[in-house]
Write a protein that binds this ligand. Structure first.
Ligand SMILES: [Zn+2]
Length: 419
């Protein structure tokens, strides 16, 4: 499969881009190369796609199910009880809805933390994007659940990855307030043995820090470090309330942070210290949406804007959260964090990209495309999405999208009755 994109705007210049198999093969003088598909880029620009480093994709089916509550009450009273009733097939339908929304808003990769990861893998494999899929570890300090979770993890590990080229199998531990030391240690050993990524919610709320300090005498970051869980393949989700000591540890261990501004603001969890952390560990900061039920969408365009605005308020400075920095965090940092050779439009990189409609009012005038993307654009600006050298959305159409919506609507009717 090859794609030739002719006369497209790239870094403020018109050029031609030849994609062969799954990577950018040539940029520049290649307008005469024969290709399976030719795209006229005259009114378009090409930019890297988004890499969403924290999601609970199937929670898209719970969008609007419960809102306007603090994190713990929201989880315990509304979210966890209904999640217990979802079946594997429900997760597949819900994952397809999430992936449809992600493709439409320019995301080609998401790191997921949820149940029935096999079903989410199935949806990712079919729909053509990338993901890091885990099965969530959470035992609520109940020894019977610890045993059950270990068994489920063993099953997840033996499940055959339907698309190793695009899907990374990884682990996740929910948080220090839901996972026992025994399960943390088990996950640590499994990750070390198989060289896997681990995703963990950490210091999302002040309450989490206070409880951890009271119970263990240390912060969540120190606790995880004491358990040997922090390293370059650890993704720390949220990381809103960090001390100087916590930051030093994260820096030393080269752990990755996924900031989720929309979720943090909606749940009033706090404001991530973007500027402070980006100035100290720029390569370790990435961006996520969190699940759609606490956001309430999976648009990285919205998350970039919120990330920048939250950074400005948090640092009390209009200079904080610059569009160019936030854009880098949402694209190349996210890809690099998961070892994906993408996030840049350059020869040799994996061909993941967005083609933008320069006639869209949100991108007009176009003095600064990155500024427009971070501060002005919405999904309607994206006309085509390419992942791994293949079009996963063409002229805003994703294959089978009507069916995906109908199935999700039917599932939501079932969920209403389960309430
Ligand atoms: Zn989360």
């Amino acid at each position: 499969m090859s794609i030739l994109i002719k006369n497209i705007l790239h870094n403020n210049q018109r050029t031609n881009i030849f994609i062969e198999n799954n990577h950018f093969a040539q940029i520049g003088e290649c307008a005469d190369i024969k290709a399976d598909k030719v795209i006229d880029g005259t009114h378009k620009a090409i930019v890297p796609a988004f890499y969403n480093t924290h999601n609970h994709a199937a929670m898209s089916i719970l969008r609007g199910y419960s809102d306007d509550k603090p994190l713990f009450e929201w989880l315990q009273k509304d979210i966890w009880p209904i999640e217990d009733k979802l079946t594997p097939e429900d997760i597949y339908i819900a994952s397809r809805l999430a992936i449809l929304e992600m493709i439409k808003s320019g995301t080609v990769f998401f790191a997921d933390m949820y149940f029935f990861g096999e079903q989410t893998m199935r949806a990712v494999a079919e729909m053509g994007i990338r993901a890091a899929i885990s099965r969530v570890e959470m035992d609520l300090f109940n020894p019977e659940m610890t045993t059950a979770k270990k068994k489920e993890t063993a099953e997840f590990l033996s499940f055959s990855n339907p698309c190793p080229e695009r899907i990374i199998k990884c682990l996740s531990c929910h948080a220090v307030y839901t996972v026992s030391d025994e399960l943390f240690e088990y996950a640590r050993d499994v990750a070390a043995k198989h060289d896997m990524y681990i995703q963990i919610h950490v210091s999302e709320t002040e309450q989490e820090n206070l409880d951890c300090l009271q119970k263990h005498g240390v912060s969540p970051v120190v606790k995880l470090d004491n358990l040997g869980l922090l390293g370059p393949k650890t993704i720390l989700d949220h990381a809103v309330h960090l001390s100087e000591h916590d930051i030093d540890i994260i820096k030393k261990r080269k752990a990755i942070i996924s900031t989720n501004p929309n979720s943090n603001i909606k749940l009033n969890s706090g404001l991530f210290m973007f500027e402070k952390l980006y100035s100290q560990i720029p390569e370790q900061i990435t961006l996520g949406t969190d699940g759609a039920s606490s956001n309430n969408n999976l648009s990285m365009l919205e998350s970039m804007k919120m990330c920048s605005f939250a950074a400005k308020i948090q640092a009390n400075s209009a200079l904080a959260g610059k569009s160019i920095d936030v854009y880098k965090v949402a694209t190349e940092n996210g890809a690099r964090a998961f070892g994906i050779n993408a996030g840049k439009i350059a020869e040799g990189y994996l061909a993941d990209c967005l083609l933008l409609d320069l006639n869209n009012p949100f991108l007009t005038p176009n003095y600064n495309l990155i500024s427009n993307l971070v501060y002005a654009a919405d999904s309607s600006c994206i006309c085509d999405v390419i992942c791994n050298g293949k079009l996963v959305m063409e002229n805003r159409i994703v294959p089978d999208e009507q069916n995906i919506i109908f199935q999700a609507q039917a599932l939501s009717e079932k969920i209403k009755k389960l309430k």
